[in-house]
Design a binder for this molecule. Structure first.
Ligand SMILES: NC(=O)c1ccc[n+]([C@@H]2O[C@H](COP(=O)([O-])OP(=O)(O)OC[C@H]3O[C@@H](n4cnc5c(N)ncnc54)[C@H](OP(=O)(O)O)[C@@H]3O)[C@@H](O)[C@H]2O)c1
Length: 359
């Protein structure tokens, strides 16, 4: 594949300052591959960086940095070690696991690279809102030749959501409640079904997002914010008991960082339940729960961080169509239009859930 010397990239400098630039195509080291970016999804953290709600992971906490960590593409160049150890070749369709921890770290070797973060593509080094992106071979995942690369671009959020669903330990037929109808919560609805859930309830604050969750398999939806909504539920615990033979929720995931949702999630989880907290807490967030309430329910509460070992399965869920992301991907846009799409996601304009930048 012919690789040009220069490429287009959106370079973020500081909040709301990002420019489309001609930039040198990344040089790769022997352990890296160069990926010709096909598509890159917008994550909530890209929005947070762009609007200054959170600092990027560079030493200065600022740019210049190419954002974007949810990407698919085609291998355009291969380092010697990447070819030898990873068997990579030019033309391979791939997705990039952006969390590129030290391969030799004891945590990585134990399958827990998520607790020993190193380089993160699109967060601490240049990412996917560009025409090319470099990636360590160990963290680059080959996808089937016939895989639709638009769909593959959602592998990263799906892999994180899958780890959380696995951490729920769903038993067949159980009632599962998912708070937060964002892209990941809606993917979790589908994965909970794959993992044997009986009824799945999706709880949120906007009907347009809840409706997408329903289209993709939620048995029940509840809007807890808008009394005018036909899906409005005032007493969520009662609603769950009415739909679960008098019991509260068996398994609950918080796919939102909203503190009220976390309290409600714990309050509406039942006997011998498991609650997984997935929404990313703010620096000052404190999660308080009633100890006696959790104790008497013999409840398990756990956190779920990133996707240490779920990538191949996530790719398979997408490739097989067991998890559908087209209705979540909302629309596609060109690299030039990134700033506008980041704003649309922030403002929830046009029900922009997970728009896709396509080169
Ligand atoms: N743990 C991990 O490994 C990991 C990885 C990736 C992302 N995350 C985090 O996981 C969360 C979900 O990601 P996402 O991309 O799907 O986020 P998202 O697009 O922000 O979706 C969150 C959804 O939750 C809704 N929400 C807000 N308050 C709620 C409440 N009280 N009850 C129910 N729903 C409520 C939001 O509604 P509005 O539209 O009204 O705001 C929004 O629709 C985020 O916090 C993200 O930072 C965690």
């Amino acid at each position: 594949m012919d690789v040009p010397e220069m490429m287009k990239a959106q370079v973020f400098y500081e909040p709301e300052q990002m420019t489309l630039e001609e930039k040198a195509v990344p040089e790769i080291g022997p352990e890296q591959v160069l990926v010709k970016v096909h598509a890159t999804g917008i994550c909530g953290s890209d929005v947070a960086y762009y609007f200054g709600k959170s600092s990027v992971g560079t030493d200065s906490g600022k740019g210049p940095l190419v954002l974007g960590h949810e990407l698919s593409g085609i291998v355009a160049k291969v380092g010697d070690i990447a070819a030898e150890k990873g068997g990579f070749a030019v033309g391979d369709p791939v997705v990039v696991n952006p969390v590129q921890s030290d391969v030799d770290s004891p945590w990585t070797q134990k399958g827990l690279s998520n607790v020993d973060l190193g380089t993160v593509v699109g967060v601490s080094v240049d990412g996917g809102f560009a025409e090319y992106c470099a990636s360590h071979w160990y963290w680059t995942v080959k996808v089937p030749q016939d895989m639709n690369l638009d769909i593959a671009a959602s592998a990263e959020p799906l892999a994180c959501g899958l780890y959380a669903v696995k951490n729920l330990n769903i038993e067949a037929g159980q009632f599962v409640t998912i708070f937060g109808p964002g892209p990941i919560g809606i993917m979790m609805v589908q994965m909970a079904k794959v993992y044997g859930a009986g009824k799945v309830l999706l709880v949120g604050t906007r009907d347009e997002r809840l409706d997408v969750g329903k289209e993709l398999g939620a048995d029940l939806i509840a809007n807890t914010r808008d009394p005018e909504s036909p899906n409005y539920v005032e007493d969520l615990g009662q609603f769950i008991q009415d739909n679960n033979d008098g019991e509260l929720s068996d398994r609950t995931i918080l796919a939102t960082s909203n503190l009220g949702a976390i309290k409600s999630g714990v309050d509406t989880a039942g006997k011998a339940s498991t609650v997984v907290i997935f929404g990313l807490p703010g620096d000052d967030d404190v999660h308080s729960v009633s100890g006696i309430e959790c104790m008497l329910k013999d409840m398990t509460i756990r956190y779920s961080w990133l996707a240490p070992d779920t990538w191949p399965e996530a790719v398979d869920l997408l490739h097989s169509g067991k998890v559908r992301v087209e209705p979540i991907q909302s629309y596609s846009f060109a690299l030039e239009e990134l700033g506008d799409s980041l704003r649309k996601v922030k403002d929830r304009e046009g029900n922009a859930i997970k728009p896709l930048m396509k080169n």
